[in-house]
Structure formats: structure tokens, C-alpha cells
Design a protein around this ligand. Structure first.
Ligand SMILES: C[S@@+](CC[C@H](N)C(=O)[O-])C[C@H]1O[C@@H](n2cnc3c(N)ncnc32)[C@H](O)[C@@H]1O
Ligand SMILES: Nc1nc2[nH]cc(C(=O)O)c2c(=O)[nH]1
Ligand code: SF4
Ligand SMILES: [Mg+2]
Length: 193
């Protein structure tokens, strides 16, 4: 759908330069999704993998973040093989709604109520990033935290349009449950893509 070299704004790699590749197509249907224009894959022409890899090689930051849309709608093995052959670190942002494909240096799993993660994805998560939209989402976050591996980092991220209201709740929750960390969509404050 689009690709852009920017700063990772969210989660455990916040603040680091990366080339983002946003794949079109998602059937999860989060009502608060901040990139609904990605949902219909047919609106977005395909780009050959070798072109993606060649462009990724031109940036000083040798990290690619594959996002979407829901990237796991596709077999991502050919893309990650091409990127890793070129010495580029591979990271993915996914709802986990479909089994993992490809080889990843970092997996961000962001589970959704609207289409639960496939059970096979949890062990691969390097970070679990739960979007908090209302109070009941803290208990829901714990259900997913119980399913990831022991070294997986745990993040609570406010839904953007409700961040003002939710921040005090998230702050108190993390103070009382310090295994969790706060994640903010810092790129939106920086006014970058
Ligand atoms: C647009 S999604 C694309 C990747 C994948 N479909 C997913 O949901 O993980 C990228 C990240 O943005 C988060 N996100 C989307 N809309 C958001 C919103 N309104 N507020 C906060 N985070 C949001 C998602 O939870 C996910 O972690
Ligand atoms: N800067 C920046 N960081 C991000 N981290 C995850 C994003 C995404 O949409 O997947 C994203 C994004 O769209 N921009
Ligand atoms: S899974 Fe990701 S891309 Fe799909 S609707 Fe939800 S936030 Fe948007
Ligand atoms: Mg985004």
C-alpha cells in the first residue's frame, strides 16, 4: 500500500529508524483502526519483492517493519528471505489473526477482540502490545499476557482518540502491575508518518 522511512513510534523499539512497508488488506475490522484505508487490498497495486528489497537497502537504518493492514494475510517468507539476505533486520506488526509466516528478528503481537490471534502466534511474540479502549481491556490484556513466552515484553497503548481519558487509568495500572510498560504512538506527537 505504502512504504516510508521513519522512526518507529510505538512499543519496544520506539525511537529507532526503520523503513515501514504497509501491506494492503485486513479483515479484522477494528472500529478504531487508524489506517482503515488499508483494508481493501484491491485498491493497492502490488510491488515486486526485489523492488522493495532494493529500496530498503538505500536507507541508513537497516531495519524494516512490515505492517498493514494485516500482513499475515500473506505468505511473508519470500519477503523476509530477501530482506535478511540483504542484511536487513525484519520486524512485524500483527494482530496475529493468521499463523506466522516469514523469519523475524522482532514480532509485535497486538491482539484484537474482533478476530482473536491464532494460538500458534503467541510463542513468537517479542512484544505484546494491547490497545486500551475501555476499562475492561486491562483484564482482557492479562488473558493474552498469560499466553506469551516468559521473555515477551508487555505494553499497554491507549487508543489514540481516547488517549486523554485513558492515560490516568493506564498510568495507575502500570504503577500497580509493573510487569507492564506504557506505549504511546509517539510518531503522532512528532507529526511524522
Ligand atoms: C494499523 S495496525 C497494522 C498491523 C496489524 N494489523 C495490527 O493491528 O497489529 C499497527 C498498530 O497500530 C495499532 N493501532 C491501530 N489503530 C490504533 C489506534 N486508533 N490507537 C492506538 N493504536 C492503534 C494496532 O494495534 C497495531 O499495533
Ligand atoms: N512511525 C510509525 N511507527 C509505527 N509503529 C507501528 C506503526 C504501524 O502503523 O504499524 C507505525 C506507523 O504508522 N508509524
Ligand atoms: S487488525 Fe490492524 S489493520 Fe486491521 S483493523 Fe485492526 S488495527 Fe487496523
Ligand atoms: Mg500506524
Amino acid at each position: 500500500m505504502e512504504a516510508f522511512y521513519t522512526i518507529q513510534g510505538e512499543g519496544g523499539n520506539t525511537g529507532t529508524a526503520a523503513y515501514f512497508i504497509r501491506l494492503g488488506g485486513c479483515d479484522v475490522g477494528c472500529h478504531w483502526c487508524d489506517v482503515k484505508e488499508s483494508w481493501d487490498a484491491e485498491l493497492h497495486p502490488l510491488t515486486p519483492i526485489n523492488e522493495i528489497v532494493e529500496t530498503a537497502k538505500t536507507f541508513p537504518g537497516k531495519t524494516v517493519v512490515v505492517t498493514g493492514g494485516e500482513p499475515l494475510l500473506y505468505n511473508l517468507h519470500p519477503l523476509t528471505a530477501g530482506l535478511q539476505d540483504a542484511g536487513i533486520r525484519t520486524m512485524i506488526e500483527t494482530s496475529g489473526a493468521y499463523p506466522l509466516s516469514g523469519h523475524w528478528d522482532w514480532v509485535c503481537l497486538s491482539p484484537k477482540k474482533f478476530k482473536a490471534p491464532d494460538a500458534s502466534v503467541y510463542p513468537f511474540a517479542d512484544e505484546l502490545k494491547v490497545i486500551i479502549f475501555n476499562k475492561s481491556d486491562f483484564a482482557w490484556a492479562e488473558e493474552h499476557a498469560a499466553r506469551v513466552g516468559a521473555t515477551c515484553k508487555l505494553y499497554l497503548q491507549p487508543e489514540w482518540s481516547k488517549a486523554g481519558q485513558l492515560m490516568p487509568l493506564i498510568v495507575e495500572y502500570v504503577k500497580n502491575n509493573p510487569q507492564w510498560r506504557v506505549s504511546l504512538q509517539t510518531h503522532k506527537y512528532m507529526d511524522i508518518p
